[in-house]
Design a protein around this ligand. Sequence first.
Ligand SMILES: Cc1cc2nc3c(=O)[nH]c(=O)nc-3n(C[C@H](O)[C@H](O)[C@H](O)COP(=O)(O)OP(=O)(O)OC[C@H]3O[C@@H](n4cnc5c(N)ncnc54)[C@H](O)[C@@H]3O)c2cc1C
Length: 480
Amino acid sequence: MALRTEEEYKEGLKDGRKVYMLGNSVEDVTEDPYIKVGVETAAFDFKMGHDPEMKALAVMKDRETGEEISSYFDIPDRPEAVKERFNLVNTACSYAGGAIPFVKDVGTDLLNALLALSGMLDDKTYRDRIISYRDYCARKDLSMAGAVTDTKGDRSKSPSEQESPDYYLRIVDESDDEIVVSGTKAHITASAYCDEVIVIPTRNLTENEKEYAVAFAIPLNTPGILQVCRPNFRYENKYLFPRPEPHKAHVESLLVFDNVRIPKERVFMNGEWQFAQALAYAFTAFHRFTAVSYKIPIIERMAGMGMLIADANGIEKASHVKEIFVNMIKYVETTKALAQAAIAKPENFFNTGYYVADRLTANIAKLYFASNFHEYVRNIQDLCGGLLVTQPTYQDWQNPELRPYLEKSLGGANGYTAEERLKLMSYAHHIIASDFHGYHETLTIHAEGSFAAQKMMMGLEASIDMYKDLARKSIGSNVK
Ligand SMILES: Cc1cc2nc3c(=O)[nH]c(=O)nc-3n(C[C@H](O)[C@H](O)[C@H](O)COP(=O)(O)OP(=O)(O)OC[C@H]3O[C@@H](n4cnc5c(N)ncnc54)[C@H](O)[C@@H]3O)c2cc1C
């Protein structure tokens, strides 16, 4: 089957899946005013494959059949694959106007992690199943959400100690040809509008928690799967000035599994509790770098937006504004430099033959990006002035009685008419002062792992002995 078009992708989502928004069942996710934002963002993934300018990057040949498949399904079995993946994810985000389409990123990161783990387990059955599933998704050009995060209940307790068994997803029954799973995964991006979901455990487990050691993939219209979505913002927002690039973002789901039957050929871990942590770790090795790759086009655009606002307000030459520019440039360019440093040292992940970006640097990049984001936004908010949150809406602008007043009072500097200035402020409002912005700030901290997760990885990956040895040499110490 050839690469799907965006229309074919959308048509495929009309499959009887059980999705709820604002308490109501959603008949067609492609038409829901809130979920549509995500569907249209995801659709860029399917546009890319048919765009002559993007094809070289977005499309590759299947190694067995020679047919065209999405480059997301590339197997990272050589060091250069890390850079190629960066280029793909980074360019896809620019292509979609500063939002990652995200319907193959997390899924293929999970497939790569599962393949790497099957190499570590040296298990041919799982390996064959994962490869065959990967081929199936690549050749049908499917989209895949990734469900790792459990709802977790009391964070100080492990799965078997929790009050509710549904705080972590688990196997509740098994026969020769299938397992049955129940439980809930949280914050799952794009699952309302992906074809499939790939599920893995989120943490380390003990021997009495074998039933939680489960990994599998399943279509999202499988009976027993129910999704509770939260509205982010409507696709059509009449307050905001229209733009040639409509606003984009994703929608997350609380993904409930109520006695869902999974055929064994779709099961990739079934009770191997000793390897649950290794699988979650392998996933982060791939996925944290994906995060860094797609953030860059977003913060580059935000820097440009802040600089245009300074122009529109006539403050671009003021010394404190130049200092803000320098801080913004430092933030963007340091994040980019860290991403490049992570690419420059690809690692053969635990000698599995699968390559990841340098794990220490990729984690530092994500931590640097996330822990400085709020300050970055604060700087841009400072440049905007109060109009960022008090500006008249697009409906006001369209009212012929009001427009003359707005025209004569809200123009700016450097040729910015009231309309141009309000257009810019309306965009800025959405990006750094709206409900969406609150969502985005939180996403920046938690999505792809919160601060502590990166710090833990840095502690594991850093050459602490090397640092100590240098200091020992300086004082002539032999104490180990
Ligand atoms: C917008 C968005 C999109 C996301 N998309 C996906 C997705 O597609 N798929 C997916 O699987 N996940 C997804 N996530 C989940 C994301 O990975 C988690 O939010 C993140 O790992 C943090 O987990 P949590 O939300 O349960 O918060 P918590 O883990 O509860 O974190 C809250 C605080 O508690 C601390 N904490 C947690 N556990 C402990 C402990 N045992 N001891 C001490 N302190 C602790 C943390 O360090 C943090 O400071 C997404 C999240 C967001 C916000």
